[in-house]
Design a protein around this ligand. Structure first.
Ligand code: GN1
Ligand code: MG
Length: 369
């Protein structure tokens, strides 16, 4: 980490109610949006770790609303875990460390919003799923998360990113990006553009069902990537779900769809060998069984009837977001190589095709559980 970053982190570290001396910090390479560091402190002579995270305020324009949601959700989860007699609560729900003035985040002179969490020790996250048992854990963890939030008291959560999964709006933004072609990149993505435009018939399916009142709005996670589930390093069991910035009102189907996207193909999101990208049925089965074990108590039959379709829809939606960002010059998702967003788009579209081929068998399985 460059020295100026270290100094900045030292300054950030002093703002929070941490009892200990800052020792060092390292960047944590996870996620495409926020900037995350693992910091080690000496507390009474024992080393303890915390997470310091800079919220991307270009993406999350209202950090006060984000942190108000995060506080409400984490406090609710903690209270329920304690009421259930659960042990190890600080490894099962994120713990926000307040600033010295009691605020959930710190705004520095440069307008950067920083927050701090307790570091969850002896836990692992994975960029790609390796076994059906892991897929099951992810399904169970996010299903349990939705279930715990079902009785969240108080007003509706804030929309931290309005229309986040609004596929029609995402589709229109893509059409505009193709039309304007500011970066002259459309010629590099002809096949992907043609594929995307051909999928238009699926764009409004869930939006219409929501508008008609056939699907309910609920408090959902909205970014249920497999790498947002922390698994216990010893047992492999899910401990905690993280990345709560997009917890807001949504459809459970968007959550389930993003689980299908990230847990059924044992490949990275930017895999270059597309022959490896495929929806593996045993992974889907394990994911679905885990999810329904936790969620079947509150799901309606209408929600259940779209579970397999949701996998195709969300994979498509994330695919067009990568394609749009590629066409607009990579201004949203962090990229690490040329055409990175186009590579990510290609894996998504490959997976969309694979899901489409197996969708009726997938739904049959859902209906049989
Ligand atoms: C972003 O930050 P991260 O990597 O958890 C994005 C998600 C996408 C995902 C694709 C706020 O999530 O919507 O599905 O990348 N988050 C935001 O990997 O846009
Ligand atoms: Mg995220």
């Amino acid at each position: 980490m460059p020295i100026y970053q270290e100094q900045k982190l030292r300054d950030v570290s002093r703002q929070f109610q941490i009892y200990g001396e800052f020792m060092h910090a390292e960047p944590c390479k996870i996620g495409h949006i926020n900037e995350t560091y693992t910091a080690t402190y000496s507390q009474g002579g024992v080393l303890v770790r915390y997470i310091h995270q800079k919220i991307n305020t270009g993406v999350f324009k209202d950090p006060v609303a984000v942190m108000s949601n995060v506080m409400r959700v984490t406090q609710h989860l903690r209270a329920k875990l304690i009421a259930q007699g659960s042990e190890d609560v600080t490894r099962k729900a994120l713990t926000v460390i307040p600033t010295h003035s009691g605020k959930p985040f710190y705004m520095n002179g440069g307008g950067e919003a920083w927050r701090t969490f307790v570091f969850i020790e002896r836990a692992q996250t994975f960029e790609a799923v390796q076994t059906p048992a892991q897929a099951r854990e992810a399904g169970f963890a996010f299903g349990a998360f939705q279930n715990l939030l079902a009785d969240l008291p108080g007003e509706r959560l804030a929309d931290t990113i309005p229309d986040f999964h609004h596929t029609r709006k995402r589709f229109t933004t893509l059409q505009q990006a193709i039309e304007s072609d500011h970066c002259n990149r459309a010629k590099l993505a002809k096949k992907e553009i043609a594929f995307a435009l051909k999928q238009e018939p699926i764009v409004d399916v869930l939006l219409n069902a929501l508008a008609d009142g056939r699907l309910p709005e609920r408090a959902t996670h909205n970014d249920t990537k497999f790498n947002n589930v922390m698994l216990d390093a010893d047992s492999g069991k899910a401990l905690c779900v993280v990345d709560l910035d997009t917890v807001m009102p949504g459809l459970v189907l968007y959550d389930f769809g993003d689980m299908v996207r990230t847990t059924t193909s044992p490949t990275l999101e930017d895999e270059l060998d597309l022959s490896k990208v495929k929806m593996h049925f045993p992974m889907f089965e394990a994911l679905t069984r885990g999810y329904l074990e936790a969620a079947s108590g509150f799901l309606t039959s209408a929600e259940r009837s779209y579970l397999a379709f949701a996998g195709r829809l969300i994979t498509f939606t994330i695919g067009i977001r990568f394609l749009t960002d590629f066409l607009l010059g990579d201004t949203y998702f962090r990229v690490h190589r040329a055409a990175h967003n186009l590579d990510r788009c290609r894996t998504q579209f490959k997976l969309v095709e694979s899901i489409a081929r197996q969708e009726s068998a997938m739904q049959k399985l859902v209906d049989s559980i």
